[in-house]
Design a protein around this ligand. Structure first.
Ligand code: FAD
Length: 628
């Protein structure tokens, strides 16, 4: 009898003990930090710093953003090294610094910020990669995190209530407007497409259903891989959360279920350029997150996007860390199966820098194929993972300088998405099938147009009498491949002529939308996929990291795209973890810091948000400010 009891006890306890053994390292996931032990600063909630002037002395800004590497600037006894100073890298470094860690961030470009850097040329300042960000309304979790990263110093300004315009047709004669607030947005679209009310409501409902799975997708990146794989391969997770199907359905497939109205299809897919993958290949989940991200309005950083890095860097330095630029990481040093540091080059000199934690913000493909020793990449299965995904499409950016202020030129704090044909899926596919030669004479089917200077009230003080325009479009890397071995600025006349041709054509297309700007052009520069390789160290001219296609969002690949890589002490952060975008990169920083610190920072952040809500209710305010 006793023996039977012992045996039964053993049989019952063994699986529990085994389960505990395998998940004990993940238990921190299920609780937030005990009171008083959160890394977050409640004071920023209780007494947020008010609106302040931005620093306009460029030499003071450069001292922070352009601190060049030299070995004597490397702090002693580093806790972590971050490769790349994009928002993902800066966010994780800032959060680790809040936990008292000494972090060194290394950047190959001549300034910090990655896609959030700006450049100044001939009296104009141009943003690279932040045109609008959603969810920056006070009290939103995204805003609370942004405030924590910058000690509340990064200030967000609202764009116009109608933050996007959609223009369709060869002459862009049909126009639709995207308004802040779910109710206003949906009602406006129903007004435009009265026969499609059911389709519109159904599409929004599906988007909301799809977005609900984001916490499950996040969880897959933390729970032990064997458990994630079991839940996926057994079908249990799919059964429990049927909406996971939206990871596997393309935007086009969902559209096919709701409407065949061409204009409405364009309106419901218009902003796929924000993640770069055409609707025939992108998962509905990603598209839903994006559209809903902007639903309550859009924001722009006061002072332009360099304010982001400018205000995060001091929080890293506060714990003895540093952000150093003009230094390329050449290799991640691995000893005894663990990452122990990096080898860097500065000019012809090479140095080895050591830290027990190495975090890469350089993208999965770069990290695995260029930085990790090949045998480690192969032994750990990372080489295989890289083969299952691919870099996103190349991007072309046209930087336009205009004579005249925002008021003189009548520019709105609004973006335009312009398509030469409402069948955006077909027309983009056709464009990508063209050869470079054919592209010279073809109009560009998709373009994003923004006037960054019109979103920033400080621009006119800093650059009096001037305005800027940014045009962005997708473009095949192959069109530029023949010049990939050439040195930057020395790629020769053919290259300049080709890129200028594309840039001028896009400007002509912009002038169809804004004819009064035609004679205001004072500056034009074209950035190609090769420029992205040089300035952003992108793998193949992409700017959003891995392609946001159905393949990348397959739940099993989502499980592998996790902060903790299969090498002890080595972590991934940035836009390859969740998705591109300010929020994608910032939250990647948060979950990478969570994985390093073994603290549920998301839980702590939610607690901070509850505190914000309580405070505001006590002060007679409502909850988080949203637009109707
Ligand atoms: C044209 C454009 C428009 C965009 N518009 C918006 C927008 O309106 N709203 C929005 O939310 N998002 C937008 N984005 C996307 C957003 O900016 C990015 O998704 C996000 O900033 C990416 O951050 P990251 O840290 O992942 O990577 P990155 O910003 O790419 O940073 C990676 C950094 O690592 C460095 N690096 C790589 N390898 C090495 C190495 N070996 N050694 C040293 N350094 C290295 C690179 O130089 C780079 O600075 C836009 C991006 C672009 C380019």
């Amino acid at each position: 009898m006793v023996l039977a009891l012992v045996l039964w006890g053993f049989v019952l306890l063994l699986p529990l003990a085994l389960a505990y053994y395998y998940i004990k390292d993940s238990l921190w996931l299920f609780s937030s930090s005990p009171k008083g032990q959160s890394i977050f600063d409640e004071k920023l909630i209780i007494n947020p710093p008010g609106e302040t002037d931005i620093e306009i002395d460029q030499s003071k800004r450069d001292a922070v953003l352009k601190n060049s590497f030299s070995p004597d600037k490397v702090p002693d006894s580093l806790d972590a090294i971050v490769i790349g100073s994009g928002l993902g890298g800066l966010s994780v470094a800032s959060l680790l610094s809040r936990a008292g860690k000494k972090v060194l961030v290394l950047e190959q470009h001549d300034q910090a910020g990655g896609c959030c850097h700006v450049f100044i040329d001939k009296g104009f300042e141009f943003d690279i990669g932040i045109h609008y960000v959603g969810k920056m309304n006070p009290g939103n979790t995204n805003r609370i995190l942004s405030d924590q990263l910058t000690n509340g110093k990064l200030q967000w300004l609202s764009l116009d209530e109608t933050y996007d315009m959609i223009a369709l047709g060869e002459e862009y004669s049909k126009k639709y407007y995207v308004k802040s607030g779910r109710k206003k947005q949906v009602e406006y679209f129903i007004e435009q497409f009265p026969k499609e009310e059911k389709a519109i409501r159904s599409f929004y409902k599906k988007m909301e259903d799809a977005a609900k799975i984001s916490s499950i997708v996040g969880l897959l990146k933390f729970i032990p891989k064997f458990l994630a794989r079991f839940l996926l391969s057994s079908g249990i997770l799919m059964w429990l959360v049927p909406n996971l199907k939206y990871l596997k359905m393309t935007v086009e497939e969902v559209l096919n279920e709701v409407t065949d109205n061409k204009d409405l299809r364009a309106v419901l897919t218009y902003c796929f350029g924000n993640y770069g993958t055409p609707p025939g290949k992108a998962p509905f989940y990603m598209h839903s997150l994006l559209l809903l991200h902007f639903l309550d309005g859009s924001y722009y950083p006061k002072g332009g996007s360099s304010e982001i890095a400018y205000n995060i860097i001091p929080t890293i330095e506060a714990s003895g860390g540093r952000v150093l630029v003009r230094v390329r990481v050449k290799e991640i040093l691995v000893k005894g199966g663990a990452a122990v540091g990096v080898k860097v080059s500065r000019g012809k000199q090479e140095y080895e820098l050591y830290a027990p934690i190495v975090i890469s913000d350089a993208g999965l493909t770069n990290t695995v194929t260029k930085l990790l020793p090949a045998e480690i990449a192969s032994q750990t299965g990372l080489s295989k993972l890289v083969k299952k995904v691919r870099p996103g499409p190349g991007f072309l950016m046209i930087f336009i300088g205009l004579g005249g202020t925002k008021e003189e030129l009548g520019l709105a704090a609004q973006n335009t998405w312009a398509f030469t044909d409402p069948d955006v899926i077909k027309v983009v596919e056709k464009y990508f099938a063209l050869s470079a030669e054919e592209a010279r004479d073809s109009s560009v089917p998709l373009m994003f147009v923004s006037f960054p200077s019109s979103k920033d009230p400080t621009f006119n003080d800093r650059y009096p009498g001037k305005s800027t325009c940014a045009i962005v479009t997708v473009t095949p890397f192959e069109w530029f491949e023949e010049w990939k071995g050439e040195q930057v600025q020395k790629r020769g006349e053919d290259y300049v002529s080709f890129k200028t041709r594309l840039g001028r054509r896009l400007w002509e297309q912009v002038c169809k939308l804004y004819p009064h700007l035609e004679d205001k052009l004072e500056y034009i520069e074209v950035g190609t996929p090769l420029s992205n390789q040089f300035y952003l160290e992108s793998y193949k001219g992409e700017v959003y990291g891995l392609d946001h296609d159905i393949n990348r969002f397959d739940p099993s690949i989502q499980t592998d795209l996790r902060p903790q890589l299969p090498v002890d002490g080595l972590y991934l952060t940035g836009q390859d973890v969740f998705s591109d975008g300010f929020s994608g990169a910032m939250f990647a920083g948060l979950i990478t810091a969570s994985a390093v610190l073994k603290k549920n920072l998301m839980g702590d952040l939610q607690r901070l948000r509850s505190k914000w809500k309580k405070l505001h209710q006590a002060n007679g305010g409502g909850g988080e400010k949203k637009t109707n």
